[in-house]
Design a protein around this ligand. Structure first.
Ligand code: DOR
Ligand code: ZN
Length: 389
């Protein structure tokens, strides 16, 4: 390594240092030397990054007026998103699928701006969902059914209680037959189980679902633990996992480590450093089983900053910037497009998006609010910014 080599700390500070001898450099955060990567081959840092327009395979849009606020931010960089069905009145039927999609179409028509965006509709699978409801929803254009186990997150009071009844087995078989994907919120609210253990507690249910429905395509949503990453890795190609931007950045310490940080609170809750490391490794590894789903979840400021705050991180304004920073920190920027714009589309059997999105490498400060919503990193600095078009 030559004199005055640029090196970047691969720890959280992600700091670029110019130094005489990279072997002995230490950043102010005291990350170890082994965490530095040599940028010598890339001394002129990329100043822009252009990717194929991305897919977000897990997004909470809500209803108007939030729906429009979210769409305006998302369509700047995203061509399609899986639309989560957990509205206050869950999307359960073909009729509701058509109504909800029309809400999108009306706003998109009104926004126009020449950008294309396709909402990928879903229904919630509950105990009283029938195979007939699944088929009708599929005919109405739903591409997936989402299981929220009872009581694990926002609007899951009517979540699934029994995973293996005859009716549910028929529902899964019907989904497989018509090509609908089964999306799983992979947590269970079991007795004497802390929220940090809920994902691990769900893994035996997940294994049984996969074993009994080997041909049904399943997505383990917002993976948050090392154990889930390892299990998904071992499973066949019909099983995949989405990973959020915030689970690549946060640990439990960001939520409750130095006081309660309501805008970092989400389900599943971010966990240990080892879990975060496993997620970063999975996302940047080039394994097509792992792709991006933001789980961006808007809750108005007053519903976050209160005695019983709602769960969800509002990452839609800059999830892609967060991802670029994480991938860059690992020296894996070249794999970002696979994670955001290729692996998920392939899994869902969709053509790749047309068009591109460009980011510029510039330090900027995240604004305190976007409308009624506060992003988790309000007031913090980011290294990448979407170039407005
Ligand atoms: O934190 C979360 N918020 N996790 C979820 O699973 C749902 C989401 C929401 O809808 O608010
Ligand atoms: Zn979600």
């Amino acid at each position: 390594m030559s004199c005055c080599t640029a090196v970047r700390c691969r720890g959280r500070c992600n700091r670029v240092c110019l130094c005489r001898n990279a072997a002995t450099v230490a950043c102010t955060e005291n990350h170890s030397e082994s965490k530095y990567i040599d940028l010598e081959e890339n001394l002129v840092q990329p100043t822009t990054l252009t990717l194929r327009r991305i897919d977000d395979f897990h997004h909470h849009f809500r209803v108007q007026p939030t729906l429009q606020q979210v769409l305006e931010l998302l369509i700047l960089y995203c061509g399609r998103a899986i639309v989560m069905p957990n509205l206050a009145n869950a999307v359960l039927t073909a009729k509701q699928v058509i109504w909800y999609r029309n809400e999108f179409i009306n706003i998109l028509d009104w926004l126009a701006q020449g950008r294309s965006f396709m909402p990928l509709m879903t229904i919630a699978i509950q105990d009283n969902t029938t195979p007939e409801m699944v088929l009708a929803a599929h005919e109405a254009g739903a591409v997936a059914g989402k299981v929220y186990p009872l009581g694990v997150t926002t609007n899951s009071d009517n979540g699934l209680r029994e995973f293996f009844t005859q009716n549910m087995n028929d529902v899964y078989r019907t989904m497989k037959d018509c090509g609908m994907k089964l999306l799983l919120h992979g947590e269970i609210d079991a007795e004497r189980t802390l929220t940090t253990q809920r994902e691990d507690a769900f893994l035996p249910i997940f294994e049984r679902l996969v074993n009994e429905n080997p041909d049904l395509k399943m997505v383990f949503e917002h993976v948050s633990t090392k154990n889930a990453v390892e299990l998904i890795r071992q499973m066949g190609p019909n099983v995949a996992g989405t990973i959020t931007a915030h689970h690549l950045v946060d640990t439990l310490n960001d939520v409750i480590g130095t006081g309660v940080a309501p805008h970092h609170m989400c389900m599943p809750v971010p966990k240990h450093y080892d879990d975060r490391d496993a997620l970063v490794e999975a996302a940047t590894s080039g394994n097509p089983k792992f792709f991006f789903g933001s789980d961006s979840a808007p809750h108005a400021k007053e519903h976050k900053e209160c005695a019983h705050g709602k769960c969800g991180q509002f990452t839609v304004p800059h999830a892609l910037c967060m991802l670029a920073e994480v991938f860059e920190g690992q020296g894996m920027l070249y794999r970002l497009e696979d994670f955001t714009s290729r692996f998920g589309a392939n899994f869902y059997g969709l053509p790749l998006n047309e068009g591109t999105v460009t980011l510029e490498h510039v330090v900027w400060e995240v604004p305190p609010t976007y409308g009624d919503f506060v992003p988790p990193n309000a007031g913090k600095l980011l290294n990448w910014r979407i170039v407005s078009t």
